[in-house]
Design a binder for this molecule. Structure first.
Ligand code: ADP
Length: 207
């Protein structure tokens, strides 16, 4: 698996971000700068605001206060798959909205090593959660982005595939913000770290 990226020089800057759900403050004046090519691991207990932070970075959530500066292309692997894939096949879902012939798409998808040729004609609605996860990953890594956001990327992946992803991330030169409970991935991670505690940045450490 090789992850596409677009060598931008844009920085991503979150500054004084506060996000509330009703009266509950979920992020409290969080600031974070992601430099080109920087890898940031976000850690913290369940409920500390990690997913919310990624969703703000992705532009999916508008904060109640603070500013967000980011480039247009953000690739976001959500913790839970929210993509409607419709009635089509694996290959059609991979190719949806992208230029190129079916043969080109099939070559590109098979080159990632996530699917076998026989899988490409499977209907999306028959796919297991693991295979759906693979398809999301395939779409994500084959589209050049300025910032890759991965929320628990090894959920539903086999150990072998999690290893593949880990290797692909080592070779990936773009900016990355990752949340993972995966022990191996956390141990191998060499980037910057940001620790959230109840919505507040408790610690941040540069790589
Ligand atoms: P983490 O990813 O660190 O587990 P989250 O960002 O998912 O944390 O959640 C932080 C807090 O915000 C939790 O208390 C969670 O219950 C709450 N929360 C998250 N999403 C929503 C939502 N859509 N509506 C209300 N509360 C939410």
């Amino acid at each position: 698996m090789r992850i596409a990226h677009s060598s931008p020089d844009a920085q991503f800057v979150l500054s004084g971000i506060t996000k509330r759900y009703d009266d509950k403050v979920v992020l409290d004046q969080v600031s974070l700068t992601v430099k080109p090519g920087e890898k940031v691991g976000v850690i913290g207990d369940n409920g500390s605001g990690k997913t919310t932070l990624l969703r703000v970075l992705a532009g999916e959530l508008v904060p109640d206060a603070g500013t967000v500066r980011r480039a247009a292309r953000v690739g976001h692997l959500r913790q839970q798959d929210a993509t409607p894939y419709g009635e089509g096949t694996v290959l059609e879902a991979f190719a949806a909205g992208r230029p190129g012939s079916p043969v080109e798409h099939a070559d590109a998808l098979l080159a990632l090593g996530l699917f076998r040729a026989a899988d490409l004609t499977m209907p999306m609605k028959a796919l297991s959660p693991g295979l759906r996860r693979r398809l999301e990953l395939a779409r994500l890594v084959s589209e050049p982005v300025d910032l890759l956001l991965l929320d628990e990327p090894t959920n539903h992946l086999s150990p072998a595939l999690a290893d593949d992803l880990e290797r692909a991330l080592i070779g990936y030169e773009g900016a990355l913000v990752i949340v993972t409970h995966d022990r191996r991935m956390r141990t191998a991670f060499t980037g910057s770290r940001l620790e959230l505690q109840a919505g507040v940045v408790a610690r941040s450490r540069a790589a």
